[in-house]
Design a protein around this ligand. Structure first.
Ligand code: 5AD
Ligand code: SF4
Length: 459
């Protein structure tokens, strides 16, 4: 049978983007052709997210849209990822046109699963675990960017925060050996990647089965040792996300102080500023514990940019408890904040609690927090005007063909005048304008060596 063309559409987090890269690598190795749009593909796969109800609904809407656009020549449809893992057989009932349901650990088996369908099986379901010898290799051509690579260091989650579906959709924590990660970072450098994002639901819970690759690298936790090991590879920039506050050891900050290529950004989701709510969420820290971690981050040699996630309207959250969140945000002065309205997820412990905060109240709290953050961020962003920042040019700006865009080491988006010749380069940009979520500047002609960096206390 001649091999088919496949289109994969990805929803959700970086782990899903990374899984899609891996799935595409396996499918291409098996002889399939990957396409950029669903219009002509023989097989259309949706790699799904179920962290909130709205994300889950999206996939069913998209299945309807694709079927509508392809009436009379419908592709073979498959659902991958978190919705597939959680819903299993129910996906076939909910969307009878779907013929493949493959969970979060089935990525490497996709070629075989699709082959079974193309040989006549009507429906195929795989919710199994990863097999020990599966490959993490991703072809550079399948990566979402030519210059920034996502590198999963830990999969799954053992934390079981009461609102969260991830421990059920992604299973228990499994860490990759450091030797394999170090090799991969060196290989990525050779392939022209300038930045690596170490990804995982909780990167700082990293706990590999062996010492391999960590020998000779000191540190209070396996994660801070891994940071030192990868910081020594020569990769120009290394970022990591997400960090879990309870496991955020001060030695992480010490490792960042030692290696300039370990970037000046920490994403440390707090979820709430109130101790009763934090307990009900089972986060394992109090607001004071969290603020102690923030103080350590603020004492770093460089100014580290700090971002966070917050859920408003958790079951039983009172107006006074929400005020504690506002106070904490004021105190933390986040460089960026992702705000979510609580969304009940079936099967989680919090789903047993009455979803007591009315929708309008959740919206009001969302807006209050958003307004507070807008002010904080605007002041922080304006503080960059007149300063020089190093930018990795990742591509053309979304708004203007004559501009390019990229990120700073502190993970802020910067746009400036430039052409495709700059793509993939690290350049210095003088910031001239601050927008709500990005900076605008002009390229400096000086060499990077003579340009002052932003240090602690300057911004
Ligand atoms: N409702 C709302 N937000 C949620 N998150 C996780 N689960 C839920 C939920 N049930 C948010 C958390 C997490 C981010 C990735 O998504 O803030 O940090
Ligand atoms: Fe979900 Fe909590 Fe695990 Fe994060 S740490 S993925 S919020 S259970």
């Amino acid at each position: 049978m001649s091999k088919a063309s496949i289109y994969i559409e990805t929803f959700g987090c970086q782990m899903n983007i990374s899984d899609t890269e891996r799935a595409a690598s396996r499918l291409r190795e098996a002889g399939y052709r990957l396409c950029e749009t669903p219009g002509e593909a023989d097989v259309v796969l949706f790699n799904t997210c179920s962290v909130r109800a709205r994300a889950e609904q999206k996939v069913y809407n998209r299945i309807g849209e694709v079927r509508h656009a392809r009436v009379g020549r419908e592709p073979l449809l498959g659902v991958l990822g978190c919705v597939a893992q959680l819903e299993g057989e129910a996906v076939f009932e909910h969307a009878p046109s779907v013929r493949l349901v493959a969970g979060t650990r089935a990525t490497d088996r996709l070629p075989a699963l699709i082959e079974r369908l193309r040989s006549g099986e009507q429906r195929v379901l795989d919710l199994g675990e990863r097999l020990g010898d599966e490959s993490w290799e991703v072809s550079p051509f399948e990566r979402h960017s030519r210059y920034v690579a996502f590198l999963p260091i830990i999969e799954g989650c053992n934390k079981f925060c009461t609102y969260c579906i991830v421990p059920y959709s992604r299973g228990r924590e499994r860490s990759r050996d450091a030797a394999e990660l170090t090799d991969e970072v060196r290989r990525l450098a050779g392939q022209g990647f300038r930045e690596v994002h170490l990804i995982g639901q909780n990167v700082n819970s990293y706990r590999p089965r062996t010492e391999a690759g960590l020998e000779g690298f000191k540190g209070a936790t396996p994660f801070s040792r891994l940071l030192r090991a990868l910081g020594s590879t020569g990769m120009p920039r290394i970022k990591f996300t997400t960090s879990f506050p309870r496991d955020f050891h001060p030695d992480i900050v010490a490792a960042l102080d030692e290696h300039e290529n370990l970037c000046d950004w920490v994403h440390l989701p707090v979820q709430s500023g109130n101790d009763r709510v934090l307990r009900a969420m089972r986060r394992g820290y109090s607001a004071a514990d969290y603020l102690r971690r923030v103080d350590t981050i603020r004492e770093a040699r460089r100014r580290l940019s700090l971002t966070s996630d917050i859920i408003v309207g958790f079951p039983g959250e009172t107006a006074a408890e929400f005020e504690d969140t506002l106070r904490l945000v004021e105190r933390c002065q986040y460089d960026g904040l992702y705000i979510f309205k609580y969304s009940e997820r079936r099967g989680t412990p919090a789903a047993g609690l009455p979803d007591s905060v009315p929708e309008e109240e959740k919206t009001a709290r969302f807006q209050a927090l958003e307004g507070l953050q807008r002010g904080i961020q605007s002041r922080l962003y304006r503080g960059y005007i007149g300063r020089r920042l190093e930018v990795l040019v990742e591509g053309e700006s979304a708004k203007s063909e004559t501009d390019v865009k990229g990120h700073t080491t502190c993970h802020k988006v910067v746009n400036f005048k430039g052409d495709a010749g700059l793509h993939g380069q690290l350049v210095w940009v003088r910031i001239e304008e601050a927008k709500a979520n990005s900076l605008y500047g002009v390229r400096c002609r000086e060499s990077s060596a003579s340009a002052p960096t932003v240090s602690r206390g300057e911004v």
